[in-house]
Ligand binder design. Structure first.
Ligand code: GRF
Length: 224
């Protein structure tokens, strides 16, 4: 471990498999972070069980109890600040953030999106990718700005899309990569290796793979 400990607040709305991957990486001491609070906007989701099982503070703040989006976000901000959160992690959090939230955590909110942005923003991306016929898909960790899935990209992972793929098995293939790159992005942040220049995020000191490429279908006979 090389970084300073980063205090995380994790926002969830569902199963929380990305939360689980982050917990596992912290417990395995691969990640210089501690989860100060897990907040779900939906009561009873499995992500809350996961937090409880690992002894992490967790709470529900239901958006349904607020008439205005801004009031709900203000409440979230207060809860996160009370728990001394530095970096907010959107791990399957299914609400858009208002400027009130983003101003409280400027370039300190990370989201995972299950597609190679800027392609396929929004929801239901896996079926859209299969239907479109793309040969590669993947996932993106990015800082959150005021647009939907438009913020500066930190890291992406690529997976192939095969002819026989369904939305379901493509989703599973992508999710496996999400579990790796979300923690990787947080660790780069903890190590102070992310530098934001406009809408680009530059990463300090990593070993490059020159001429790295992939083709799908494989480039049989045209590898060189
Ligand atoms: C993931 O596909 C993530 O990319 C998207 O929501 C899903 C969350 O899954 N933002 P989980 O709750 O982490 O299992």
């Amino acid at each position: 471990m090389k970084g300073a400990m980063v205090n995380l607040g994790v926002l969830v709305s569902g199963s929380g498999s990305n939360l689980q991957a982050i917990i596992d990486n912290i417990e395995a001491q691969r990640l210089d972070a501690r989860i100060k609070i897990v907040i779900s906007n939906v009561p009873g989701v499995f992500a809350l069980e996961r937090a409880k099982k690992h002894g992490l503070p967790a709470m529900v703040i239901s958006h349904k109890e607020f008439r205005k989006r801004e009031d709900f976000d203000q409440k979230l901000v207060e809860a996160l600040q009370t728990h001394e959160v530095e970096l907010v992690i959107l791990a399957g959090y299914m609400r858009l953030l208002t400027p009130i939230f983003l101003r409280a955590f400027p370039m300190r909110v990370m989201n995972i999106h299950p597609a190679l942005l800027p392609s396929f923003p929004g929801t239901h991306v896996w079926q859209a990718e299969v239907d479109y016929g793309v040969k590669f898909a993947g996932c993106t960790v990015h800082f959150v700005d005021e647009g939907t899935d438009t913020g500066p990209i930190i890291i992406q992972a690529v997976v192939p899309v095969y002819d026989e793929d369904t939305a379901e098995n493509l989703q599973a293939r992508i999710l496996k990569q999400e579990h790796k790159i979300f923690s990787q992005a947080i660790q780069l942040y903890a190590e102070g290796r992310l530098e934001i220049q406009g809408r680009r995020v530059l990463t300090k000191d990593f070993s490059k793979t020159p001429d790295f490429f992939m083709t799908n279908p494989p480039a049989e006979g045209f590898e060189r």
